[in-house]
Ligand binder design. Structure first.
Ligand code: NAP
Length: 271
């Protein structure tokens, strides 16, 4: 008896969508790939055979340090400076990827920022706008330009997007940075909506929500040692490592997560 392993309704484009990208050329854009969680994701992606674009905003030395490490693992890679909250710069970023690595198949919306610990009644308009532009506008713009390459409506063959949100989206971060928490809440809504919008086009959209992770990010909040200080309040009694978040990101990108879309992996040590 013949066993049908694939739905029979699919045309050639959709067939390759169903088979996923693991067996095809894999090209990944990681925003904010020069440090912390983004850098750990770049290293893991290199081991998984991706061609890699490491995006950064300002710290060229850090980006080139990661670039050297991923190349040492045998990956074809480029480092591209771009403020991903500016659409002209996003367009240039994706054009360089087209020209130097090929059509993007995976996007990690990881670049993010936070302000100093404050109450809402102390926050400036400048600070709030910077957080919303970096944490909400930028991932939407990057997703737009990735979908223009991934969707069969635009000649693509599907792909996978992972947004790096935060447990703050459900905890709210009162008296610290409610604006940051709200930006991650918006990113969660975007993840749900976009996942449904492009599910029929072979594009999966998911998110990870880290808790306190040991990176330089906390210096932006005015307290570089924040994670160590707060460890006793974490159910697992320790902060997380960037590579622990990267593992979940790369799993969500892979065919191993082929039926997961619009979903969230929380990595908060129990928070
Ligand atoms: P990080 O170490 O501070 O790294 C941030 C990265 O984002 C850097 O590569 C930075 O580039 C880049 N970046 C910032 N603004 C950018 C922009 N406008 N355009 C392009 N790149 C930009 O941060 P992280 O801890 O790895 O955080 C990564 C993500 O995880 C963020 O979205 C953050 O909200 C989220 N997260 C972190 C934690 C945590 O505890 N660390 C917890 C929950 C969620 P430059 O260095 O060149 O500026």
């Amino acid at each position: 008896m013949q066993i049908l392993r694939m739905p029979v309704i699919l045309g050639p484009d959709c067939l390759s969508l169903q088979m996923g990208k693991d067996s095809m050329d894999k090209v990944i854009v990681i925003t904010g790939g020069s440090r912390g969680i983004g850098a750990a994701t770049a290293l893991l992606a290199a081991e998984q055979g991706f061609r890699i674009c490491i995006n950064y905003q300002a710290d060229e030395e850090a980006a080139h340090n990661v670039l050297e490490q991923v190349r040492a693992l045998g990956a074809q890679a480029i480092a591209v400076r771009a403020d991903v909250s500016n659409e002209d710069e996003v367009i240039s970023l994706f054009q360089r990827v087209d020209n130097e690595l090929g059509r993007v198949t995976a996007l990690v919306n990881n670049a993010g920022t936070v302000g100093h610990k404050s109450r809402v009644d102390e926050m400036s308009e400048f600070r709030i706008l910077k957080i919303l532009k970096t944490n909400v506008l930028a991932p939407i713009l990057c997703a737009k330009h990735a979908i223009l390459r991934m969707s069969p409506k635009h000649g693509g063959q599907g792909g996978s997007i992972v947004n790096v949100s935060s447990v703050a989206s459900r905890l709210g971060s009162p008296n610290e940075y409610v604006d940051y928490a709200a930006s991650k809440g918006a990113l969660d809504s975007f993840t749900i909506g976009l996942s449904k919008e492009v599910a029929g086009e072979g594009i999966r959209v998911n998110a990870v929500r880290p808790g306190y992770i040991y990176t330089d990010f906390h210096a932006l909040s005015g307290d570089p040692d924040r994670v160590s200080k707060l460890e006793s309040g974490i159910p697992m009694a320790r902060g997380g490592r960037p590579d622990e978040v990267a593992e979940a990101i790369v799993w969500l990108l892979s065919d191993k997560a082929s039926y997961a879309t619009g979903t969230f992996v929380d990595l908060g040590g129990g928070r």
